[in-house]
Design a protein around this ligand. Structure first.
Ligand code: HEM
Length: 431
């Protein structure tokens, strides 16, 4: 890799992520040769590629200069166009305001902060600590179901899919309950979000339907669901669940519009599902691949909290977010002009040798561990970080008795997605 010029190293091809996982060696090369690099390729709008921990922190913290409202994620020009078309069609069919951002992540302060605060009291450490016992009960129930599936693999020599058998369940149940959604709807909503990120869902996607058409249909159905929920719940008076807080939320003394409510409900449902599920799958995959660390954890359950932080660093479930410079500025001496975009590669920051000793060592007791899996501590820092942490701790604790008997039973299958790591299938079996 050292003789290769970064101009010939591709970071945005999702085929590469599907076939080989994250481009770790490529990010290493960028960090050492071109940490702030003007990335220009045919099929993606140009951007400054940011790969070092310190620079991602700086961009994230200067939210007044690097804004969210113009380009939130890196995706191909084709995906940009599809997204814009879908947005326009939905706006036309609902009579919505096209200038209104899809959700509050696309907003900048001070407006962003006002929206973010609406459900924030349900995401504080104190509020979530109260749910710890309940998350543990749920995780233990799901672990019991996993054992049943694993036992069935013993005789037939077959494998079971860890994603469906365990990893997807707790994040879905936790957010479904917190939002007060009927349990019968959870799987359908999960399927819709899967289709949106490009996962094969034979139960949803018709035989003659293209993935793009299915994605547009999934967005439409999700939007319809959230509108229905908002209308039904509006008449029922205020309760403490997340949906109610959002549906009855106000900004500057004005109630949110139906358009704003459905975007908000969708982002709360979707933001934590795939990410936490991937941290669970990726974390267990890392433990199975590092039997010494796995045994150390099983013998020392008090290491669960630090193991969770290492799993977050190791798996980095969010690949990137983008920003746009609102004014001429610079990052570590590189001039960035107003209107230019920057893309922050979080997994790269989480292997930065300037910050982490021996970054490619998986160490469940690593301390300090200043990973950026939840972002760079700016205005948009992950709202669900505390929730995700409690879910991951509960999941790991419930898996401790099972891990020593579990083995990987084939390669991980990933979905082509440049935003989240998206492990779709992870075969495991019982020894
Ligand atoms: C392991 C799990 C998770 C990871 C790795 C993760 C990662 C991230 C990252 C990297 C950001 C962007 C931060 C920035 O721009 O500075 C973010 C934002 C966000 N996350 Fe998470 N997240 C996770 C779980 C959750 C959960 C469970 C929720 C629950 C609702 C959630 C809700 C959000 C929201 C609403 C934002 C946008 C915040 C804003 O713009 O103010 N996330 N997350």
């Amino acid at each position: 890799m050292s003789a290769t010029h970064v101009d010939s190293i591709d970071l945005h091809s999702t085929a590469r992520y599907v076939e080989h996982g994250y481009p770790w060696a490529e990010w290493d090369h960028y960090r050492s040769e071109a940490p702030i690099y003007w990335y220009e390729r045919d099929d993606i709008a140009p951007f400054w590629s940011i790969t070092r921990h310190a620079d991602i922190l700086e961009v994230s913290r200067r939210a007044d200069v690097f804004v969210n409202s113009r380009r939130l994620r890196l995706q191909t020009i084709q995906e940009d166009e599809q997204q814009e078309l879908g947005r326009r069609l939905r706006a036309e069919s609902q009579g919505w305001d096209l200038d209104e951002p899809p959700d509050f992540i696309f907003m900048d302060d001070p407006r962003h902060r006002k929206f973010r605060l609406i459900p924030a009291r349900r995401f504080t450490p104190a509020a979530l600590r109260k749910l710890e016992g309940h998350f543990r009960e749920l995780a233990e129930r799901f672990a019991g179901e996993l054992v049943t599936e694993l036992e069935a693999t013993r005789d037939g020599g077959e494998s079971c899919d860890f994603v469906r058998a365990f990893a997807q369940k707790l994040p879905l149940a936790a957010i479904g309950e917190m939002m007060g959604l009927p349990p019968d709807d959870w799987m359908h909503l999960k399927r819709l979000t899967n289709v949106m990120i490009g996962a094969p869902e034979p139960e949803f996607i018709g035989a003659d339907e293209s993935a793009t058409d299915a994605r547009v249909r999934a967005y439409h159905e999700m939007s319809e669901y959230m509108i229905r929920l908002s209308r039904e719940r509006k008449g029922l008076g205020e309760t403490e669940d997340l949906s109610s807080l959002i549906i009855h939320g106000q900004v500057d003394g004005q109630p949110l519009t139906e358009q704003q409510v459905q975007g908000y409900l969708f982002v709360i449902l979707a933001a934590g599902n795939e990410t936490t599920q991937n941290a669970i799958s990726g974390g267990v995959s890392a433990l199975l691949a590092h039997p010494d660390e796995c045994a150390r954890l099983c013998e020392n359950p008090e290491l669960v909290p630090s193991a969770v932080e290492e799993i977050l660093r190791w798996t980095s479930p969010v690949v990137q977010f983008a920003r746009t410079a609102a004014v001429d500025t610079e990052i570590s001496g590189t001039r960035i002009r107003a209107g230019e975009d920057v893309g922050m590669w979080y997994p790269s920051a989480n292997r930065d040798e300037e910050v982490f000793d021996d970054p490619y060592r998986f160490d469940i007791a690593r301390a300090p561990n200043h990973h950026l899996a939840f972002g760079g501590f700016g205005a948009h820092f992950c709202l669900g970080a505390n929730l995700a942490r409690w879910e991951l701790r509960a999941a790991l604790r419930a898996l401790l008795p099972i891990l020593p008997r579990m083995v990987a039973a084939g390669p991980i299958e990933r979905v082509p997605n440049l935003h989240v790591s998206a492990i779709h299938r992870m075969p495991v079996r019982c020894e």
